[in-house]
Write a protein that binds this ligand. Structure first.
Ligand SMILES: Cc1ncc(COP(=O)(O)O)c(C=O)c1O
Length: 299
């Protein structure tokens, strides 16, 4: 990532090269880092960061799960994120705040030092295809009693990495997890929606990562006059839906062409998915006054 010029590290803007991480970092060995993925979009009024306060709120909640005591306020971090975008002169980018433990071997990180970095770079569409093929993973989503699923802890992502590799190795673009009860959960880094007529169905919270994009899409869909049902969805229900799509900060809104053997419609992006994708794009680009409060402008 040699196009990154400056990062924020432990309170200061420093050149990217200064970000050296110790080989004995607790987080490197045991997956104890917590992080966020945030996007900044071009708008008529300059770059704007989408739902920044919500992302930073979730980051602080995640940090408490792995015992971190952050020496900055949420407001400090919100300003620091804006500063990183500004300093790198980015118009549109992906932003990755990450908090990780320094040197400490042994599982308890109690007396380990804490490091806080914010990195930003231009990151285009997550999927290069308008509509992606999906394989139901042989790996189940992490059991909600085995971790705090609402926390974005780096160690949780070994589950996602295994499912992604498996899907790619069998010729699919992306994986789809079932939860421990056999219901559809989510992708390795995205939430999922299905459409039947004018009703959008999405797995309910509790057994999935509660995505900020999912939350935004629920608002947007309701305001478009469609109904949203947060419900249990079984794999055998898939055939009854007209369309399906993934949502997430990196993914944004991306149509699903097929899940295992079932092809949705003609196999391309369906008309309602297209409407939602357009509405989301208009939302994040500041074109819809109703959602402008979700944007923090980089001035
Ligand atoms: C497992 C998982 N589900 C869903 C999401 C979508 O969350 P968000 O919309 O907050 O980016 C992510 C992304 O971080 C994720 O990692």
């Amino acid at each position: 990532m040699n196009d990154i010029k400056f990062i924020w590290l432990n309170g200061d803007i420093v050149p990217y090269e200064k970000s050296g991480v110790s080989i004995l970092s607790h987080s490197l060995h045991y997956g104890s880092a917590v992080f966020e993925g945030i996007r900044c979009y071009k708008t008529e009024d300059g770059p704007a960061i989408f739902r920044l306060k919500d992302h930073i709120g979730r980051l602080f909640n995640s940090s408490s799960v792995v015992g971190m005591d952050i020496p900055y306020s949420r407001e400090d971090i919100i300003s620091a994120v804006i500063e990183v975008v500004k300093h790198n002169e980015l118009k549109e980018c992906y932003i990755r705040p990450i908090i990780f433990y320094g040197d400490k071997m042994g599982l308890l990180p109690t007396d380990a030092s804490l490091h806080f970095a914010i990195i930003a770079w231009e990151w285009d569409k997550y999927f290069k295809k308008e509509s992606v093929s999906v394989r139901v993973s042989s790996f189940k989503r992490i059991h909600p009693d085995s971790a705090v699923l609402s926390a974005k802890v780096s160690g949780h992502y070994s589950n996602s990495i295994m499912a992604s590799l498996e899907a790619r190795a069998s010729g699919y673009d992306e994986a789809l997890f079932l939860d421990h009860e056999g219901c559809i959960a989510e992708g390795p880094g995205e939430n999922i929606f299905f459409i039947k007529d004018d009703v959008f169905h999405t797995p309910r919270e509790g057994k999935i990562f509660p995505g900020i994009t999912r939350d935004s899409i629920i608002f947007i869909i309701n305001n478009m006059g469609f109904k949203v049902e947060e419900t249990d969805i079984k794999p055998e229900d898939i055939e009854g839906y007209d369309e399906a799509f993934f949502v997430g900060t990196a993914t944004e809104v991306n149509s699903i062409s097929k899940i295992d053997g079932h092809i949705f419609g003609e196999g391309g992006e369906g008309p309602k998915t297209e409407k939602v994708r357009d509405a989301y794009k208009a939302t994040v680009s500041g074109r819809l006054p109703a959602y402008k409060h979700w944007l923090d402008f980089v001035k």
